[in-house]
Ligand binder design. Structure first.
Ligand SMILES: Nc1ncnc2c1ncn2[C@@H]1O[C@H](COP(=O)(O)OP(=O)(O)OP(=O)(O)O)[C@@H](O)[C@H]1O
Length: 486
């Protein structure tokens, strides 16, 4: 038995819904000249909302066709208060910046819009408190950009280590986006990465550059996060230098809420400001969008108002308050989906559908469980867990040294606590010995993730679970605070 409903949406309204765990929803927009992807949502918990207004720009007809919704959302309603027109206007301003940058690149005469002196594409930092809709706005602005029929390929950057982005929580990453990102499940909040997606998703799968921070909390090791943000920025700017065509598409950065919340003075404000400055410097930011936060807007205007554009934008009333328990469940779900893929069942009565605009084949992966020698993998830990207590530091010694100090772990020692631990497998060290340096592992991107499922100390063996049978032996890995059991 299918549950189907038809909704007639007026201009400037949006349909919102929330789903119970393990349920899905199919939305069809009828009477379109070009097909709009059905939005099939699947949530591991109770809440997931989507704004349909984000798609309304694509509707080619002046009359607004009904939407057909199949499934049983736990909550659904139509809101007539939406900030989407503001978001669309911001997109149009960014679009003009891209076009001016492209004209400049091609040596075309500047357009006569009075602002032709500025030929920088938008490099946007989105700041806002918890549950303000930052990630959704980053996705909306990115998807608008790739739908603009200009072949733009913007970079989407996620600096929130609690989010999981394209791989697993504990990471920060950047990916070039060429077609609208499908986000049909909280397991892939920013679309699917090519490395873990089956071929069915290949047409819009993303290849992210990922660094492992290893903890969901930005406050656990702000210095490490600062370094990783700068590393990511170096790669992004280098890429833009080599590929000016990509540079003109600009970049959009989603940030953790901790960058926005907290006192405006004192040591925690200092660390917050240091991280924001790291972003502004590393990615050569020229626009800061502050989502619905007067005080933060004033703070950013004061700090950056003279060197770049700071704009406050409204928070959508549709944003759902996601609590700690939900976020923890999503972390576990993301790790499961990283290893095993995910199966999204359409609601009763629907035999097939599109998931994020792609064919809804079963997105199941078969991870590989491998037994290796304890010495086959060199494992480090970085940060607080390896630190001596402050009282044990020599007088005058700075805590900062140990915060950034990688410590080699002996898997057999009880302190290593490796069972169920998530490890990031790092890219190889520089082949040129002369280019090697002490803290090089802090600057190596992650190429994959493993979970230690068991340790056999007497036989000096351990079992690791990984999504593929890629080379692990001889590799270097870093632990973090994440543990995962099936
Ligand atoms: N305009 C909207 N309409 C409906 N639901 C929305 C809208 N914007 C966001 N949401 C929903 O609200 C929830 C939180 O939004 P989002 O993750 O974008 O916020 P955030 O500020 O990035 O969160 P965080 O606190 O993790 O930084 C998500 O479930 C998202 O799907």
């Amino acid at each position: 038995m299918s549950d189907s409903k038809e909704w007639h949406l007026h201009p400037e309204t949006e349909y919102r819904f929330e789903l119970d765990p393990g349920t899905s929803l199919v939305i069809k927009v009828s009477d379109l000249c070009s097909p709009l992807p059905s939005l099939t949502s699947h949530s591991s918990k109770g809440v997931m909302q989507r704004s349909l207004a984000q798609n309304s720009q694509r509707l080619p007809t002046p009359t607004h066709p009904p939407i057909h919704v199949t499934g049983r959302p736990s909550t659904e309603y139509v809101s007539d208060e939406t900030p989407m027109s503001t978001y669309a206007n911001i997109h149009f301003v960014f679009e003009q910046m891209r076009v001016r940058a492209l004209r400049d690149l091609h040596g075309s005469p500047p357009s006569d819009d009075g602002q032709h002196a500025i030929t920088d594409p938008p490099r946007v930092l989105i700041l806002g408190p918890e549950n303000s809709g930052k990630t959704s706005i980053s996705k909306i602005l990115t998807n608008y950009t790739v739908r603009a029929a200009q072949n733009w390929s913007p970079l989407l950057v996620n600096l929130d280590p609690s989010q999981g982005a394209w791989t697993i929580p504990g990471t920060i990453s950047a990916a070039v986006v060429r077609s609208p990102i499908g986000t049909a499940s909280p397991a892939n909040p920013l679309g699917s990465a090519a490395t873990s997606a089956p071929t069915a998703l290949a047409s819009n799968a993303l290849i992210p550059l990922t660094y492992w921070y290893g903890n969901p909390d930005t406050k656990s090791n702000p210095q490490l996060l600062d370094r990783l943000v700068r590393n990511l920025g170096v790669h992004v700017i280098e890429r833009h230098d080599m590929d000016p065509q990509a540079r003109v598409s600009g970049l959009i950065i989603d940030t953790p809420s901790s960058f926005a919340s907290g006192p405006s003075s004192g040591s925690s404000a200092d660390s917050r400001h240091t991280l924001i400055k790291a972003c502004v410097d590393a990615f050569q930011i020229n626009v800061i969008l502050v989502v619905g936060h007067e005080k933060l807007n004033a703070e950013m205007q004061r700090l950056y108002g003279t060197q770049l554009t700071v704009v406050k934008i409204p928070k959508s009333g549709g944003v759902v308050e996601l609590d700690h328990a939900y976020r923890e469940r999503v972390h576990s779900y993301q790790l499961h989906a990283y290893m095993y893929g995910q199966k999204i069942d359409p609601p009763p009565g629907v035999s097939s559908g599109l998931v994020g605009g792609e064919a809804a084949t079963e997105l199941i992966l078969s991870p590989s469980s491998t037994i290796i020698n304890l010495g086959d993998l060199t494992i480090y830990r970085v940060g607080p867990e390896s630190m001596a207590p402050s009282s044990a530091l020599p007088i005058g010694a700075a805590r900062t040294l140990s915060e950034m100090q990688p410590t080699l772990l002996d898997p057999a020692s009880s302190g290593a606590r490796l069972v169920n631990r998530v490890l990031a497998l790092l890219a190889p060290f520089n082949e040129d010995e002369n280019e090697r340096y002490d803290e090089e592992i802090l600057d190596l991107p992650a190429v994959g993730f493993l979970v230690v499922t068991s340790l056999d100390i007497p036989n000096k063996k351990m079992t690791v679970l990984a999504p593929t049978q890629g080379p692990i032996v001889g590799g270097t890995a870093i632990t973090g605070s994440f543990e995962w059991t099936e």
